[in-house]
Design a protein around this ligand. Structure first.
Ligand code: ADP
Ligand code: ZN
Length: 306
């Protein structure tokens, strides 16, 4: 993906930031999806992390910035807190005005969305979601999140979707209480990476030879996919995040979804499951690339702040 030394085109120089629970990634690139420079730092309190972000971009001459942030965040354009983190458990980040601080610090326009909406935007423009009018992106990692774009526009209503927290029908053999502090055994609480570790006592990557782990994982993830299909009827579903590196999950999820939907949504898309539920095509860079799209729109005055 990176093209160091290839030289930038004529277009604007764009910045992207992805804030995650464990790390923050900053990147410089362009609207053609080239990443020319990047930096990764551990996620700390904002007073430590944000100055490092500003310092990274200080000599990059970017024209605009796009941020994909962990939620919950304020995405309501009319809100005076647009681009702020909402009340959250993460130390120091509650109500932090992330977008405003970074745009003011760098003197550029910018926009911000959730990490998953931004990843969805990246997949729509550059990756496995090209051409999908309604695109759904699901990440299965430290948490479970969904992003939705409609014709390349991230979906928000009163806030952004929080589809990882939908209710789950328990696997008959599952006695694990779930990790979600709000709902216990919601889909995230039962199927995120830490839930796998909590239930089975080891990281997912060290459970490769335990078929029952992946059978249970597919049981929960197929419910999420099915519920999202029935709710938003996406034209394609892209799945990414650390847990989905277990690519065996894809055929298992497709098969269970096919069984659960039971012919009810009979569309050209669902008749070709291999091209309907697909892995991310951007190797972990989807949110950064989506950040370039947000930055580019903000530069043209379409959304965001200046
Ligand atoms: P984050 O969600 O924090 O942005 P990731 O998407 O990388 O980060 O997800 C991290 C989670 O994915 C961890 O719980 C980790 O155990 C799990 N994970 C990472 N690699 C694998 C793998 N190869 N197989 C199964 N689980 C994995
Ligand atoms: Zn929950």
């Amino acid at each position: 993906m990176d093209s160091f030394g290839a030289g930038m085109g004529e277009g604007p120089i764009l910045g992207a930031v992805e804030t995650g629970g464990t790390k923050i990634i900053c990147a410089v690139g362009d609207i053609d999806g080239r990443i020319t420079d990047r930096m990764t730092i551990p996620t700390d309190v904002p007073d430590v992390s944000v100055p490092k972000i500003l310092e990274f971009f200080s000599d990059k001459d970017i024209d605009a910035i796009g941020i994909g942030a962990f939620g919950p965040i304020d995405v309501i354009p009319e809100s005076e807190n647009y681009g702020s983190i909402r009340k959250c458990e993460r130390r120091g980040w509650s109500h932090y005005p992330l977008l405003r601080t970074i745009c003011d610090g760098l003197g550029v326009p910018g926009d911000m969305d959730t990490d998953v909406n931004t990843a969805c935007l990246g997949e729509y423009r550059y990756g496995a979601g090209k051409g999908a009018e309604v695109l759904l992106y699901i990440t299965v990692g430290t948490g479970i999140g969904i992003g939705i774009t409609i014709d390349g526009r991230p979906l928000h209503g009163m806030m952004h979707p929080e589809g990882g927290h939908v209710a789950a029908v328990r696997h008959p053999d599952d006695r694990f209480e779930g990790t979600c502090p709000f709902h216990g055994g919601c889909i995230e609480g039962l199927a995120c990476g830490p839930a796998i570790k909590g239930r089975w006592g080891a990281e997912g990557k060290d459970l490769e030879d335990r078929p029952e782990v992946w059978e249970m994982e597919a049981h929960y993830l197929s419910q999420l996919v099915r519920n999202c299909m029935m709710t938003v009827a996406p034209n394609r579903i892209v799945m990414g995040g650390g847990v989905m590196q277990q690519t065996r999950l894809f055929p298992m999820i497709r098969q269970r979804v096919r069984e659960q939907v039971n012919g009810y949504m009979d569309c050209p898309e669902t008749s070709d499951m291999e091209n309907y539920i697909v892995p991310s095509a951007l190797g972990g860079d989807q949110a950064l690339l989506g950040g370039f799209v947000l930055a580019h729109s903000a530069l043209r005055g379409k959304g965001g702040i200046r």
